[in-house]
Design a protein around this ligand. Sequence first.
Ligand SMILES: Nc1ncnc2c1ncn2[C@@H]1O[C@H](COP(=O)(O)OP(=O)(O)OP(=O)(O)O)[C@@H](O)[C@H]1O
Ligand SMILES: [Mg+2]
Length: 254
Amino acid sequence: MTLTETGTSERRIKGASLRTESLTAGYGGSPIVHEISIEVRPGEIVSIVGPNGSGKSTLLKSIVGIVEVLAGRVVLEGDDVTGKAPEEIARSGVGYVPQVDDVFGPLTVVENLEMGGYLLRPKQVAARVEHVLEVFPQLRRMLSRRAGKLSGGERKMLAMGRVLMLEPALVVLDEPTANLAPMIAHTVLDEHVRQLAQTGASVLIVEQRARAVLEISDRTYVLGGGRVRMEGTPTELSASDEFVDSFLGGGARP
Ligand SMILES: Nc1ncnc2c1ncn2[C@@H]1O[C@H](COP(=O)(O)OP(=O)(O)OP(=O)(O)O)[C@@H](O)[C@H]1O
Ligand SMILES: [Mg+2]
């Protein structure tokens, strides 16, 4: 992993590339997502939007090794990681923030961060906590609070901080704004996801808030019925009547 100095004490890692090749995955041998080919280039923020039940979480879970891949491949930095165990994928530099159960409620903020460093040598943990606090300075004043008592937005920031403990080269985020009030959702996407991306990590993010996530995305894929229906840059998608009508509420374009 390449570490370079950028200005003050900020350390940037080299973002990883990811692609899925005709990936089919599902539960109990039954496919839910079909022949999905997507790509995240180093340092990009790539989003996936789509209606409830379209297979967004299933796709992310198949990438990080939680859901069974039935056909196709997952390629990380040129290496085939298809079917590897979640811990192996994590060791390969992928951080995953699930849609639910993203922090340990009874533990404090600092304990949650330390848990995120489970693959580190004990000596490295304190330095990594300090680095995460440089990325998310807002967490510093909450270190001794129980994660279960945090607000929804604070909790998401902690969940992102927790995966940063292992210095991931790719962060996979599943609907970080689910169940958040619109103002807080905006803060999570516009501030916290950007703070995360400033580490240099590539980001693959699933979101229902299409308009908001387009603002921070380099490229976006649209999932429907378990298949990729559209893809493009925010500018390209915003120029598509079909996309605007389905996902941006028609009328006003961003
Ligand atoms: N563990 C599971 N076993 C069997 N089927 C499942 C399981 N998890 C999800 N599914 C089914 O897979 C389909 C896609 O679900 P998925 O959670 O991937 O959708 P999603 O796009 O993430 O939806 P949402 O926006 O509501 O989070 C749904 O029909 C769902 O019922
Ligand atoms: Mg989901």
